[in-house]
Ligand binder design. Sequence first.
Ligand code: EPZ
Length: 431
Amino acid sequence: MDKFLITGGRPLEGQVAISGAKNAALPEMAAALLTNQGVILHNVPRVRDISTLRSLMEELGVDSSVTHEEHGNRVEIEARQLLNPLAPYELVKQMRASVLVLGPLVARFGHARVSLPGGCAIGARPVNLHLKGLEQLGATIKIEHGYIHAQSDGLKGTNFSFDVISVTGTENLMMAATLAEGETLLENAAREPEVQDLANLLNKMGAQIEGAGTGEIRIRGVSRLHGTEHSIIPDRIEAATFLVAAAITGGRLSVAWVEPTHLTAVMGKLAEAGVRIDKVAKPVGSLETRAILTAEGPTRLRAADVTTQEFPGFPTDMQAQYMALMTQAEGASVITETIFENRFLHALELARMGADIAVNGRRAVVHGRTPLSGAKTLASDLRASASLVLAGLAAEGETLIDRVYHIDRGYERIEEKLTRVGAKIRRVSGN
Ligand code: EPZ
């Protein structure tokens, strides 16, 4: 398994370009199953989760092609037919977002067998709301031998309210509802930018969706969808991770190709901690303005409490990275994780590097500032790995991070991007 070897203590300087959002690309690739025509996606990030979903598409008998473009990959998917409506355990266990093929398969082909994703390091990750919503749309759902068996003779529009806000739950049901007969109203829906970007793609494919980005999404079913072309939004979590990298190393980093409206909570929290962030709006192409955010680490970071919340609140996917930053801030900061029940595994590894963190249930108290010293560490999940990279960049001496396949799932060549702005980090291949 690959490892990262980092020598810390070097302020990062320069500019990094952000890749397309993994968590938008995944549902948008699944959306291609809703039509027999070609769907072309640009700015697809070169990360492992995308390759995993392409392998799953192959399993289904759906062709896809990838071409390298200046900014990310161009992925074309054409689901002319379905040879095998099975999403096997071997693939789904690698990436629980595989469950996103369920809604489109049931809506378009009337049946699907998808392995239950099972839990992961950060929590039980149930999909009960995905299934409850599909049943309310008229699908028959059976669970047998660890698989979801879904059948439908034609979905019917319904009003469905989510007991808890679910990002992929909202995405799955929104996709299924595009081909249902009649109108569907999703209440207590997720407002994440990735949900909005998916709705934009679906509407380009001929769907009739209103309200994406709010808690109430209305979908009027149509008989079929057609192919289209779409550029994926920037990855707000990658962008925020690099802003923290500037702050934690006391450097000055320009993060290019960013959508600032996706980062208001993070930018506000970093400003509270003393990080100076300037925004330069630059037109990229005719229709869209992407910005460059420049973050400058202060000499003294201030402790600032944070509570993770659904969008537009502070994202849970930035909690681990923020915890690493707070180990370098003066004072005590309280970090409350409201989304997942077990998302503090990185605290144990940070403590081995010298951090002073007390975890109690969904609350962690970080007592800073504590100098960090390099150590051998173990990555447990995607964002915990990013937290360890950030800590390694700030630590004195060498940090070795094992199991970096976790980070490869969601960050495109992070060691290359970091090296280009002055970090001393290299990938050590090995068993
Ligand atoms: C998405 O996961 C993201 N993944 C996660 O990013 C992100 O952390 C999460 O949303 C929260 O923002 C993708 O978009 C591919 P949820 P998802 O359903 O949809 C409970 C990363 O790092 N719940 O919004 O699986 C659930 O247990 C990943 O890129 C149910 O109870 O998360 C959790 O407590 C990690 N029943 C809460 O809702 C359900 O049927 C939010 O989960 C579904 C969810």
